[in-house]
Design a protein around this ligand. Sequence first.
Ligand SMILES: *Cc1c(COP(=O)(O)O)cnc(C)c1O
Length: 221
Amino acid sequence: MIAENLKALKAQIPQGVELVAVSKFHPLENIIEAYEAGQRVFGESRPQELAEKVGQADASKCPGLEWHFIGHLQTNKLKMVLPYVSLVQSVDSVHLLQEIQKWGKANDKTVSVLLEVHIGAEETKQGFHEEEVIDLLFDSEKYPNIRFCGLMAMASHTDDESVIDADFERVDGLMAYLVDLFPELSDFNQLSIGMSDDWQIAVRHGATMVRIGTAIFGSRN
Ligand SMILES: *Cc1c(COP(=O)(O)O)cnc(C)c1O
């Protein structure tokens, strides 16, 4: 099933758009199955679960396997996450950014991040407001151990495609604006939008990365 799902998705997702397989709540054996079908990048949203899977996975048998962190990250969990991921997609506060900077400095590492932008209608959604992202990037030299790679966002939780369309259009516009405003941030080029139900809309609005779980692994219990 997993291999078939991946194959079907890869046939539809345009070249140049990276598929991140969201494996949260699914066991390592499912990840291995996807890996054997050619998938390399996996997204996890809980530090404990990520750390367990990293511990279980025999890295020598999975060359090239990469983890992205896509969930809310508490600053006291950085040690469980930052050593193992190639990208933190879900940086949602200045405080978190400052703590990642400290960790990077202490460990002599540069941490690649996306800034999570709040675009959906939900009050509870995490993420920066647009003006906050602009302010923060004006201060980017305060974070020498952070590589700013772009934006991540989630659309409003709705079946109304026109709302999702408007959400993604807005974040795509913000992305273009930021790329223009901050040409010195040469790595700032990733737009991670789109999940199982809305990735087609996201791709129409400039997604360079889609984060897909259910359509690959089935529903989460
Ligand atoms: C769970 C999750 C996804 C994947 O959602 P699906 O609907 O299962 O594809 C994508 N992005 C984030 C941030 C998630 O937490």
